[in-house]
Design a binder for this molecule. Sequence first.
Ligand code: ADP
Ligand code: MG
Ligand code: MG
Length: 424
Amino acid sequence: MSAAAPVPAPPPVDPVAAGEMAREAAAWCALHGLVVGDRADPRSATVPGVGLVHAPFSLLPAHLPESIWRQACELAPIFNELVDRVSLDGKFLQDSLSKTRQVDDFTCRLLEIHNKMMELNMEENIRLGLYRSDYMLDLETNSLLQIELNTISTSFPGLGSLVSDLHRTLINQYGHLLSLEPKRVPGNAASSKFAEALARAWAEFNVDRDGKKVAVVYYRAGYTPNDYPSETEWSARLLIEQSCAVKCPSISYHLVGTKKIQQELAKPGVLERFLENKEAIAKLRKCFAGLWSLDDEEIVKTAIEKPELFVLKPQREGGGNNIYGLDLRETLTRLQREEGDSLAAYILMQRIFPKASLAYLVRGGICHEGLVISELGIYGAYLRNKDKVLINEQSGYLMRTKVSSSDEGGVAAGFAVLDSLYLT
Ligand code: ADP
Ligand code: MG
Ligand code: MG
């Protein structure tokens, strides 16, 4: 159990001052590019520079004890290294996902590509990973628990960095109202750190500027079945995988980020297969929440009895896929009745309950006060060339805050707003 102090509630701001700050903040967003496409405008995303709106944001940064912040930062290089080690064990990935592949077509297609790569046995000397490990601070135990580790298309390093700047600016400007210190919002260089890692991978690849050879492939898509509407996209993925370009991520790095692998790594003794350092292993294990595969009949029974204590997760990314509460009970009961391995498409996770606090959220120019909870994301960058680890570091952060009654957390999916953090 962590010895960290409980999260103090942010100081109250009166609604009139909050409204004025929100207007100021929305203008800052427009000036500094803290904007997203506006779904209400049909020309958005078709005509450049048209149909933009400020990104949804929290008016003031979420409070976080400094000890928890340090703990989360320390975990980043350990997770980075872990992904690399696990990615080298192709058999572990195939075996762990073997039941999932029977019932989940998308995972099956990814595994087919992975299998082809194993047959080719092509050496990948330069390996680049850009990750975000997400956490919530569990109220009851006051411990930092990992939600998931994203290894593909990790979102918001750019906008996240800007939110930290926005909050520091507001604290400077409204210091007399807030009694907050701008220096307690940690610096957030996520976008430049990720850009540097990509550039460094390009440099390692060492191609001359003939303009014909592709050195680095970065996936900003490819993590959901919707990104592969036809066979063409799957052949492109395979073609890229078979090329000598640096893939961010490679198919192995991608698979290490699946929820099934997260659950397998949390089993007793599994981390020890990949890491030697006992202290590092203990640090990782401390942040693992309860994770179970559904061939554990006892836990399925408990989850049906007390669904409010669990989250049921399919092998999907991008938010909006998890199953909670009565739906969880119904789904488990139905899957249990079905023939075959349909339960294997999911994992069960302990539901984490962070402390809720009052905050102002700003969306579409309107400022609402609500009871909210936050999820801390820590970016990590990893680059190696053969035996040489060139980058292995914590690379900034992202706080996402949502009303506490919402189960899901995606910003793009409309559940959460962008936030930064204030160290206490
Ligand atoms: P995805 O890959 O779709 O983002 P996540 O595992 O991050 O999947 O789940 C989506 C959201 O659901 C998270 O951002 C978080 O808000 C919520 N969530 C996920 N797991 C838990 C959990 N164990 N306890 C509480 N909330 C959770
Ligand atoms: Mg994810
Ligand atoms: Mg997530």
